[in-house]
Structures are given as C-alpha cells and as structure tokens.
Design a protein around this ligand. Structure first.
Ligand code: PMP
Length: 434
C-alpha cells in the first residue's frame, strides 16, 4: 500500500510561503506536523476540507471543543445574532448573566461563575484564587497532565524518564524554556497513596491540587474506581483545595462534567473548549466563599481581562449549553465510544495484535500496547512507531487522526453511525498494515 498518496501540494506551498514570517507556519506549536502542517479551508458537521480539496472525517475536532460538530446551525445563528447587536467587549450584558446561571444549574460544584477566554487563562485565575484564598503558594499537578502553557503548570507534561525521578516522588520538570518554575510539585495519576504522602508532607505550603479527572492529555487514562473520591478526601483533610481541570472533560461525559459523572465535587473547576463549541470562552466556577476572593470591592485577588465574557463566545456558549444540558449528546458520545472500543477490540483480537482503544465521552485514543494506560509512566509501554504507521493509513483513508501516539481524539454529536463504520473500516485496514 502506498502511504500518504494525497495531493497536499497547496498546503506545502502555503507552508513554504508562511515560513518567511510565521514560525514554522503555525500559530500554536501543537499544530506543527512533519513534513509540513496541513491548512484547512472549511468544516461542517463531522467533516473538514483542506486547501487541496481533500475531505476527511475529523477525529481531532479542533483539539476537543467541537462537541456538537463543526458549524452547528444553532451555535452559528446565536453568534450571528449577537454580532448584529454591535456589542463586542468591555460591557456586561444580560446574556452573560443568563449563561453563567445556566452553568450553575448544570455543574454540581458551580455556585459562582467567572468567564475568561482560553483554558490557560482560566487555569491561571483558578490558581490565583486558590493562593489568595488559602494564603499558600505551592500547587500540585499530575505527571503527564496538561493544564495550559503558563509557568506553574507547564511542568512534567512530557518529562523524559531520566529526569522524572522516582515514581513515588516525581521531580517537577519544566517543559519549556522561559518558565519560572518554583512552586510546583508533581504526583502520578491513579495513585492515592503517593498523593497522600506528598500532600501530607507539604500541606502547610500547598494551596491546591489541580488535575484532569480523566487524563485526556496522554490519550485517555480513566480514573480507577474510588481514586477521585480518595483524592477529594485527602485534599479536604489536609486543607488543600481541589481544582478540576475540566477543559477537556467538560460536558463530554455528563452535562455537569466529569465531577457529576464520578460524583466528586471539587472546590474550583475550569471549563473551556466544549463550553462554546469551538468559539473562545472559558470559565472558572466554584464555591461561593472561595470565588469571593475575586470580589472587586472586598476581595484580594484581581480578576480581569478586556475580552472576558466576549459576546461571541458567550453567545456560542448559550446555544451550546442548551444542546448539552439534557444529556442526550453525552449519551450518544458515550455509546459511540463504547462501540468503537468494542469493535476495535474485536479487530485487534482477530489480527492478533496488542492494541486497545481507551475512551469515554467521544474522546479516545488507540494505543499499541499489551496493558492498560493508567498514568504517564505506563505510556512508555506504548509502541509509538506502530501508531505512526497506523495514523498514516487512517490519513490516507480520509480519517483525520493526529500523528502523535499520546493524542486524544474526539468525535462529536454530528458523527453519524456511517462515519463510525468508516472509521472502524479504516482502522481494520490500518491495523493490517502496521
Ligand atoms: N487544560 C487542559 C486539560 C487542556 O487540554 C488544555 C488545552 N489542550 C488546556 C488546559 C489549555 O487550554 P487553552 O489551549 O485554551 O489555553
């Protein structure tokens, strides 16, 4: 089989042109791919079209947000209508209040809400709030977890094992130059004993533990039974706030987020991505007394941003949350994921290969490994080169998979049963060709 037999000449041309003035031709490093990025022109529902006219079933979905599908008519209409008002930024609106109220109704831990624009911004706010509330400086994050690109959290996302230290007390390893990392501690996922030890030892200095309840940033590692509850108890007992980063999990597994699905209530939560189906909006939500440290009259933590509650994002969120609130989208996504998992299991067994899909809520990853991925260190048993061969065939078959073996793929409510069959057929072919 000939791999990568697509015409991508226009993408290549654009890349070569862009290199003169856009670093590597991309505006986020995550969008760079070898030998060149692909440039897109159009998207609708489950499909995307690149500048060379190739059509794909999209399994990237803008790195997660487009939960209802690209260009969802109700979301687009809400945004268009909002633009007509002429209101852009710098003003509070009735719509901002209504959408915040909707979040309070949907999310179990949300007593108070504040909007911002991106996931990283909201994470920064949440950490400032936690520090302001507790009067402590340090934070704990999970090894292999991604919580945005700023100093406190761009730590030990992909630490080389030789720098990562022992599993029972991982070293904080900065993932980038230019960071000042001095207040971050790191724990492994799915290991409450180690978490308890590190939290207890540092409790006088630690303001918060921040974590994704499901580790989508290593593909998909699910919390083992009772793990999140144990973490909730340990943080509570030691006066450490628990921040759920629901930027990716948000609204995918249940209308109230992973916290509702697992029945664990954090102190603060950050949402972004699916909240506005691809338009920029994020939110920090949480308990009233904690959020009140940002009170502009009496609080001691600044909460600011020219574009906070931007009307495009808020309008998109108002239509998106309406679609997400009755649970039917999540039911479809959860069932579709289970179907993919089951069918892939059958294919792997039939072909006699060690591979699995781990997924939930329409987010999943194909791992070439003989064991479950439960945390960052277990990803070192995944065969990255097999995945790369697999991805090339998927791409050739017009299924847009990402060329990184620890990536989390997504489907949306717009992915039809027919799309799922096409994905499975391509997987079968791909598995036969690795
Ligand atoms: N948290 C998680 C779990 C994420 O997946 C991401 C983005 N991939 C972020 C935070 C940062 O969000 P943003 O890219 O909008 O800053």
């Amino acid at each position: 089989m000939k791999l990568l037999n697509k015409n991508l000449s226009k993408s290549k041309e654009l890349y070569e042109f862009a290199q003169g003035f856009v670093v590597r031709g991309v505006h986020t490093n995550f969008k760079y791919m070898y030998p060149h990025p692909i440039y897109f022109q159009r998207a609708k529902g489950s499909k995307i079209w690149d500048v060379d006219g190739n059509e794909y079933i999209d399994c990237v979905m803008n790195f997660g947000p487009c939960i209802l599908g690209h260009g969802h008519p109700k979301v687009i209409e809400a945004v268009k209508n909002r633009l007509e008002t002429g209101l852009t930024v710098g003003l509070e609106t009735e719509l901002n209040i209504k959408v915040a109220k909707k979040l309070v109704e949907m999310v179990p831990s949300a007593e108070m809400v504040r909007f911002s624009n991106t996931g990283t911004e909201a994470i920064m706010h949440a950490i400032h709030i936690a520090r302001g509330y507790t009067g402590k400086d340090k934070i704990i994050k999970v090894e292999g977890g991604y919580n945005g690109w700023y100093d406190d959290v761009l730590v030990s996302y992909r630490p080389p094992l030789k720098l990562a230290g022992p599993e029972t007390s991982p070293n904080p390893v900065p993932d980038s130059g230019g960071l000042r990392v001095k207040d971050t501690l790191v724990i492994p996922f799915n290991n409450e004993e180690v978490a308890e030890k590190i939290i207890k030892k540092n409790k006088e200095e630690v303001a918060a533990l921040i974590m994704e309840p499901i580790m989508f940033n290593i593909g998909c590692a699910l919390p083992k039974d009772g793990y999140l509850k144990a973490i909730r108890e340990i943080t509570e007992e030691n006066d450490v706030l628990l921040i759920f980063d629901e930027v990716r999990t948000g609204f995918r597994v249940a209308p109230g987020g992973a916290q509702q699905y697992y029945g664990v209530i954090p102190d603060l939560t950050v949402f972004a991505k699916a909240i506005a189906n691809g338009f920029p909006l994020s939110a920090v939500v949480g308990k009233r007394d904690i959020m009140k440290v940002t009170d502009p009259v009496e609080g001691r933590v600044v909460y600011a941003g020219t574009y906070n509650a931007n009307q495009i994002g808020v309008a998109a969120a108002s239509a998106t949350l309406e679609e997400l609130s009755d649970g039917s989208v999540q039911k479809y996504l959860n069932e579709s994921t289970q179907y993919l998992v089951k069918r892939f299991e059958e294919i792997a067994e039939d072909k006699g290969i060690s591979a699995r899909i781990q997924g939930i809520g329409g987010s999943f990853q194909v791992y070439f490994t003989d064991r479950e991925v439960i945390d960052y260190r277990s990803t070192f048993h995944v065969d990255a080169s097999k995945y790369m061969k697999f991805q090339k065939v998927m791409f050739d078959e017009n299924i847009y998979f990402w060329p990184k073996h620890l990536f989390c793929h997504c489907i949306s409510a717009a992915h039809t049963k027919e799309d799922l069959e096409k994905i499975i057929n391509a997987m079968e072919l791909a598995v036969s060709n690795i």
